[in-house]
Ligand binder design. Structure first.
Ligand code: ADP
Length: 248
C-alpha cells in the first residue's frame, strides 16, 4: 500500500525508451508522465506498436528506461541494482499477461503460492494464502488442476490470484483479455471490477473498451506518448460518480 498520503503509488517522470541508433532509432516511449494514486485503476489504450507494452515493462521494472524515472511509493526503482529490483518485482509490483505465463507443470495452487515462497514466506502460510485467493476468485475446486485442464478464463483467474499473492502495491495487466473468448472476457472483466472495488491499484493496457470502462482514468497512447486523458465518472464502481454527487 501507499506509505504516505498524497504520494502516488506509481509515478513515471519524463519516461523514455529508445531502441536502436541513428536513423533506425525507435522512440518506443517518448516522454511519459503518469502518476497513479492508491486505489486507482488506470487504463491505457492505443494502436499496436504505440509503446503500451514497453511503458508497462518500464513501470514494472521489467525493463530499464533510456531516460526519466519510475517511483514506487515515492522511491525510485529505475536505478536499483538487479537484486533490489528483483525484490520489488516479487513484492511491490506484479504482472498479469495476455498469455497467462503459468508454469504448466505446476498445479493452480502451486502457481499461486510460488511468488510467496520466492519472497520467503513459510510453505504453510504461502499455501494458506494461495488457497484463500483461489477461493476468492471462484476457483476453490480447481486448486489441484494443471493449467492445461483449465479454460482460458480460469487460467487468467489463476494468473490474477498469483499476481495478488504478495499483496503488491500495484498490479500491471498487459492485454489481460487478449487471448480470451467473449464469455471469458466478461469473467475477467468482472474480476478486475472486483479488484478495483477492493482498492487494488491497477494499470491495465487493453484494446477492449469494456475493460477500459472499468477504470477511473483512461489514456490514449500514440507514438510513445500519452495524448489524451479521460476521467470516467460513470465507472463501474460508481466511486467517482458518488464523489461528484457529494459535491453537488
Ligand atoms: P504496443 O504494446 O503498443 O503494441 P510496443 O511497446 O510493443 O507497442 O512497441 C513500441 C515500439 O517499440 C514498436 O515500434 C516496436 O517495434 C518497438 N520495440 C519494442 N520492443 C523492441 C525491442 N526489444 N527492440 C526494438 N524495438 C522494439
Amino acid at each position: 500500500m501507499n506509505d504516505s498520503a498524497g504520494t502516488p503509488v506509481l509515478h513515471a517522470r519524463e519516461l523514455q525508451k529508445w531502441y536502436g541508433q541513428g536513423a533506425g532509432m525507435v522512440r518506443a516511449v517518448d516522454g511519459v508522465d503518469l502518476a497513479v494514486d492508491a486505489g486507482e485503476t488506470v487504463a491505457i489504450m492505443g494502436p499496436s506498436g504505440c509503446g503500451k507494452s514497453t511503458l508497462l515493462h518500464l513501470l514494472g521494472g521489467l525493463d530499464r528506461p533510456s531516460a526519466g524515472q519510475v517511483l514506487l511509493n515515492g522511491r525510485r526503482i529505475d536505478d536499483l541494482g538487479e537484486k533490489a529490483l528483483a525484490r520489488v518485482r516479487r513484492t511491490g509490483i506484479s504482472f498479469v499477461f495476455q498469455s497467462f505465463h503459468l508454469m504448466e507443470e505446476l498445479t493452480a495452487v502451486e502457481n499461486v503460492e510460488l511468488p510467496a515462497l520466492l519472497a520467503g514466506r513459510s510453505p504453510r502460510a504461502a499455501r494458506r494464502r494461495a488457497e484463500a485467493l483461489l477461493e476468492r476468485l471462484g476457483l476453490a475446486g480447481r486448486s489441484r488442476s494443471l493449467p492445461s485442464t483449465l479454460s482460458g478464463g480460469q487460467r487468467q483467474r489463476v494468473a490474477v490470484a498469483r499476481a495478488l499473492s504478495n499483496e503488491p502495491s500495484v498490479v500491471l495487466a498487459d492485454e489481460p483479455t487478449g487471448n480470451l473468448d467473449s464469455a471469458a472476457t466478461l469473467d475477467v472483466l468482472r474480476l478486475f471490477e472486483e479488484l478495483h472495488e477492493s482498492g487494488q491499484t491497477l494499470v491495465i493496457v487493453t484494446h477492449d473498451a469494456r475493460i477500459a470502462a472499468t477504470a477511473d482514468r483512461m489514456f490514449t497512447m500514440r507514438d510513445g506518448t500519452l495524448v489524451d486523458e479521460t476521467r470516467l465518472t460513470g465507472g463501474t464502481t460508481g466511486r467517482l460518480g458518488a464523489l461528484v454527487g457529494l459535491e453537488d
